[in-house]
Design a protein around this ligand. Sequence first.
Ligand code: FNR
Length: 380
Amino acid sequence: NDIYLNGLDGRLPPFTTDLTLLGSSAREHLDSGAFGYVAGAAGSGSTHRANREAFDRHRLVPRMLRGPQARDLRTTVLGTEIPAPVLLAPVGVQSIIHPDGELATARAAAAVGVPMVLSTASSHTIEQVAEAHGADNPRWFQLYWPNDDDVCVSILERARKAGYTTLVVTLDTWTLAWRPQDLDQSYLPFIRGVGTAIPFSDPAFRAGLDKSPEDDLIPAVLRWVPMFTGTDHSWDQLPFLRRHWDGPIVLKGVLHPDDARRAADAGMDGIVVSNHGGRQVDGAIASLDALPPIVEAVGERMEVLFDSGVRTGSDVLKALALGARAVLVGRPYAYGLAHGGEEGVLHVLRSLLADLDLTLGLSGHRTPAELSRDSLQGGL
Ligand code: FNR
């Protein structure tokens, strides 16, 4: 309604409300390295494209004349009450997208009440982002699980002290993939941004260095690379994380039903079905295609979240209809950040939630819980 009323006054949105177009307009706000980092994908980009194609193959079947239309998007995810089934996915080194980086994202997330999942590769510290996020807002922490147990425990303790409730452990990025857009730039923008990232400010990490990363970045990067890229954990090490985190633990990057079963067997609280937005295994299955068999395998035992390719309200509905409890969005809000910092992220979030609300209602539903496989046709 705000948008129609703004139209009466001749006021326009700050940038497009079509979140599928944000990638091309964000290019104007970013240098080529930063744009390549955000927009880029693994290899030929086939999985990145497949994520969107899978949404196009599934179609909503709207229902009519269903009486009063008061809608309620609220839901709970792992015990956290949230205003809509949407979370901000962990996106690293946001300072290369906008100088305010994760601080701007945290403020926008707080304004809407949507949980932000803070990346281990954040370019602002855990504590700074928590402060920007405000005391009462739900915040989750994403762990890139390092090879060094002391550094791991130190990071987890800082996150817990700063009020992060849920731990998201990303499994699919134990090393960075073949990403031509980043390789062509020698990962330069990434390295520039990661130099201030959480591990670099961590006391346990810095204890292994002669000089601080601020004085000499090279030894710090040389310590960081083997610790965070090329890690070699296995299922039998999950109890270590359980010992050092007393809240819910979610494994992110699960695509095979057998891995989902292993996560449930290991007592994990949830998983994120995700192919990292097509950034890790080129040729991997579309994330939406991986969702139904995983929900069938473990849907009764744990909460199943979803990401990769969500751009519109209708995409959210399709993932929920296939059994996801909530979705995470990555690039859309990163592009919003590029367009206008906190205001840009806010515009993206408000647009997505308004689209979700309208499309839910126009499909004949009042709450996310009403969606089921019956709400959809197609998928092959
Ligand atoms: C990511 N993603 C990611 N995931 C993670 O667990 N830790 C991280 O630090 C990052 N960093 C990151 C940076 C950028 C620029 C992007 C685009 C993505 C993956 C992210 O959490 C999520 O899985 C995908 O972004 C979802 O796909 P869409 O929404 O971008 O299509």
